[in-house]
Structure formats: C-alpha cells, structure tokens
Ligand binder design. Structure first.
Ligand code: ADP
Ligand code: MG
Length: 276
C-alpha cells in the first residue's frame, strides 16, 4: 500500500478515473517467462507469453490448477519481477500496492476493524482527506451491494459479505487496474452467482480495467469482455477470444440464454480441456 506522501496530489483517486499516459495499454506483458527456484528443483511456471490488455477491458484468465494463473497475476501486480521479459502497467514497471487493487481468494481483511474501517484505511493510504472518507466509504460499500454493514466487525460478516468488502477496498484507492485471483472460489454456489452478477455491474459502471483469474468456464464467459485460456504449466496462451456479449442491459438469465453465450462456453470449455 502506498503511504500518503508517495502519491502526488494529481494522483488522488476518484472512483472512475483512468491513469495512464496517452495511448499506453493498461497492461503489457511482453515475452514473459517465470521460473521458480534453480537447478534440478527449478519449476517453469509460466510462458513465454505476451499479452496486451487495453484500457477498460475485463480480461479473464482461465486454466487448470497449477498452470501459472496466479503467477501471471502476481507479476502484473509487481509482487515479484519475471525471470525474463517485461511487465508494464500504463507504460511503467509495476510497483506492489500502487497502480493496481488486488483481491485474493481469501478476503485478507483486518478482522478487528469494521467493514467501513477496512475501506476507510485503504482510502487513508491513498491520501483521501479525512473529511471525504466517510462519504466515500458509504459510496464504495453501496457499490458492492453492502448498505447496512459499515459498522459491523469483519467476523460478523458472511464469507460473501467479506469478499464484497475486499472488492470495495480494492476499488477504494482509485487505481486504474483491478486484479482478482479466484475471488469467489471459496463461496457457496448461490453467493458466488450473486457476486458474479454484482461484479459484472460494478465493472460496467466503473469501466475499471480488470484481470480476473478463474478455473470456471462459466464464470469466464459471464464476466469477461475477453477470455484467455492458458495451457498446462508452463502457462502459455492456448486461446484468446473477445466475448462480444452486451455488458449492460441484460438480466443474467437472458445473457446466459443467448446462443452466443452457449457457443463461447463450448469453445472455451473445449480449449480448457485440451490445454490441461
Ligand atoms: P495456478 O494459479 O494456475 O493454480 P500458480 O501460478 O499458483 O498456478 O503456480 C504455477 C506453478 O508454479 C505450479 O506448479 C506451482 O506449484 C508452482 N509454484 C507457484 N509458486 C511457487 C513457488 N513460490 N515456488 C515454487 N513453485 C511455485
Ligand atoms: Mg492460483
């Protein structure tokens, strides 16, 4: 997380802003390979792989367990540098905690704080003045469908509610990029479906560039504006498709009922099975 003084005033977050030099791709991964360890024990986890994510895209990475999805997301977040190749966010090398909000499978919230307190902390780190924070907390929690839980402690929230808080927190800093690593994998099916629907809405409203990792083909087609299927380890691109379904204006059931939806599910499902 950035400390308040590392962000210049013109980088103060607003919910829907986009931060990147003119024309620069939101994310550019070029000739990236990643190997864990050395010598006989080395594990080639990823690549070689190149991928460009334009601003506003909702890219979903799909692939079998262990194919390198989390590795790719961590490289984009800047948690570690790739063994070879380059990663750029808005034209610059990623710095952990800056430039991207990250949501993990487990919410990783501060349990002793309230839901609102967790979001407020992210706003404080992002340099949002104290007098603006309360309104922003309310707005962000509302955006993820949490209207009445701002004052509840994290342990008083359900798993789905906690994950909603984690998404609100990731949106709080106003970073131009949202990275989500199987954020709904630990939730029950019904809760998971609700969160997918709400995230789809939030994404259409904010236009935030997103990279979302999953091993669910249905989740990929439902959420993605583009879906990239990775091969088995070391993960390379097996399929890269534009989804081309309407992002707004359709109820989830209508969307799932479209023939194009079924066709994409079949195509992506086939690619995932052959790549595994
Ligand atoms: P995915 O998210 O697709 O399940 P990961 O990116 O987590 O896959 O892992 C890709 C491969 O790299 C796996 O074989 C995993 O065991 C290995 N791996 C991941 N992290 C490490 C690490 N820190 N050290 C060694 N091997 C790792
Ligand atoms: Mg993973």
């Amino acid at each position: 997380m950035p400390s308040p003084d590392t962000r210049s005033p013109d980088r103060l977050p607003s919910p829907d802003h986009v931060l990147s030099p003119d024309g620069a791709a939101a994310v550019e991964v070029r000739d990236v390979e990643h190997v864990y360890g050395r010598g006989a024990g080395a594990v080639a986890a990823l690549g070689p792989l190149s991928l460009t994510v334009p601003e506003g895209a909702f890219l979903v990475l799909v692939g079998a367990s262990g194919c390198g999805k989390s590795t790719l997301l961590r490289l984009v977040a800047g948690f570690e540098p790739p063994t070879s190749g380059t990663v750029r966010i808005g034209g610059v090398e990623p710095v952990p905690g800056r430039g991207a909000g990250v949501v993990f499978q487990q919410p990783r919230l501060f349990p002793w704080k309230t839901a609102g307190g967790n979001v407020e902390l992210a706003l404080r780190y992002a340099g949002v003045p104290r007098r603006e924070r309360l309104d922003r907390v309310r707005e962000l929690l509302g955006r993820v469908g949490l209207h009445d839980v701002a004052d509840r402690r994290i342990w008083q929230l359900s798993g789905g509610q906690q994950q909603r808080v984690a998404i609100a927190r990731a949106l709080a800093a106003g970073d131009p990029l949202l990275l989500l690593d199987e954020p709904f994998a630990a939730l029950d099916a019904l809760t998971r479906e609700r969160l997918q629907e709400d995230l789809r809405k939030v994404s259409a409203e904010t236009g935030r560039t997103s990279v979302f990792v999953t091993h669910s083909v249905d989740e990929a087609v439902f959420l993605g504006s583009r879906v990239v299927v990775l091969t088995a380890r070391p993960g390379r691109i097996a399929l890269d498709v534009e989804v081309g379904l309407p992002r707004t204006g359709l109820e989830p059931d209508e969307l799932r009922g479209l023939p194009e939806y079924a066709a994409l599910r079949a195509e992506i499902g086939h690619a995932v099975r052959s790549a595994a």
